[in-house]
Design a protein around this ligand. Sequence first.
Ligand SMILES: Cc1cc2nc3c(=O)[nH]c(=O)nc-3n(C[C@H](O)[C@H](O)[C@H](O)COP(=O)(O)OP(=O)(O)OC[C@H]3O[C@@H](n4cnc5c(N)ncnc54)[C@H](O)[C@@H]3O)c2cc1C
Length: 421
Amino acid sequence: MERESLEMDVVFVGAGPANLSGALHLARLVREYNEAIANGTRAGESLGEIEIGVIEKGASVGAHILSGAVMDPRALAELMPDYAEQGAPIETPVLEDEFLYLTKKRAIKSPITPPPLKNHGYHIVSQNRLTAWLGEKCEEAGVNIFPEFPGAEMLYDRDDRVIGVRTGDKGIDREGRQKANYEPGVDLFAKVTVLGEGARGSLTKQLSQRLNLNDGREPQVYSLGVKELWELPDDRFALGRVTHTLGYPSDTKTYGGGWIYGMPNRVISIGYVTGLDYGDPLLDPHAEFQRFKMHPFIARLLNGGKMIRYGAKTIAAGGLHAMPQLYADGVLLTGDCAGFLNSQRLKGIHTAIKSGMLAAETIFAALLAGDYSAGQLSRYERLVSESWITPELRSVRNFHAGFKGGRWLGMANAGLQFLTG
Ligand SMILES: Cc1cc2nc3c(=O)[nH]c(=O)nc-3n(C[C@H](O)[C@H](O)[C@H](O)COP(=O)(O)OP(=O)(O)OC[C@H]3O[C@@H](n4cnc5c(N)ncnc54)[C@H](O)[C@@H]3O)c2cc1C
């Protein structure tokens, strides 16, 4: 059976906040430029129609994204200043912050919320609804979205320049044999391919190894976030309340913490993060979350409620020191797969959106120059270093490493880092 191929200008791999924002911003930059050429307010030649595609391995946009997050709206406001009027699915503004220290039996409320955990004015969002909405905005802007298209392999030319991506074959049985409905994957050729696969992306790993994008960088460190949505029987957890916890069940040597976010209709997002650099070989992050839920304070909260969704996902927590080179010939990296997450605040949606926008600005300049080489695309790293992302990530660059000596040293380090910047 012959393999199909498709020629596009730009292919984004992964329909998360990073790449959807990138695709949307790029479509808009191209449209505005072409309109300015057409009405004579700008000199030059029209770029014509630029084909932008986004491939997503999930059955639909947002299907593989975990719900219930607190979003710093800074980047979304830059992408779409009127995002509220445009129907962005904001569940509720954050109305109340709370920080609890859990001992085995008790929950002690801190009189102050540590500044990095203050979320007042931010939004609680369902991440999969937000992503699905960004996908709709992309389609309205003329971006082609291909769900159920997992990127399986990068395509290179003879000089190791990225020239696109091959999607996975369909109709393969467990033993790897072709079934009657076998269809070979499609080769999507592009001038620029943008990887926005989220943490531990498979193509990102292949690419980084082949092109040595991690040379001279610290190795990435990971945490695992286990998250559930619960429907409570009554209003016992206030809408818009954001609670963070430290302490039980993690021991003082293990990096970990919990959260509870109050969403509409008596739904809460509850979860627990465990650093995967734990020392105890018998520790299981999923079991840690179960123990968290059995703490008397949490168990009381969940009593009589119903779990309605669950999931778990890795978090790339290494920050600035662990970021790979963000570009190579014909390719850029955005969002979590490039380590843009702020692990101190457990927030990566805003940096993912911003990284996607900066990737779009880089690609737009490359389209104008007709040059997709690493030299041209290195502009992306310059834009990142000049943007607010870099000071934000620089100020927390040692956060995770600070916990190597245990919880108390980590907290002291985090405090010092906050004071010294
Ligand atoms: C438990 C947990 C809680 C979090 N809480 C918050 C929070 O409260 N606030 C906050 O700001 N951030 C939070 N984050 C971080 C936030 O989810 C990420 O920073 C953000 O989603 C990164 O966006 P992204 O677009 O880079 O990647 P993702 O959102 O991970 O999207 C990647 C997409 O690419 C698709 N994909 C991957 N590989 C391929 C492939 N090869 N081919 C095709 N498609 C592919 C995936 O299916 C997915 O749809 C949390 C993360 C976790 C794990």
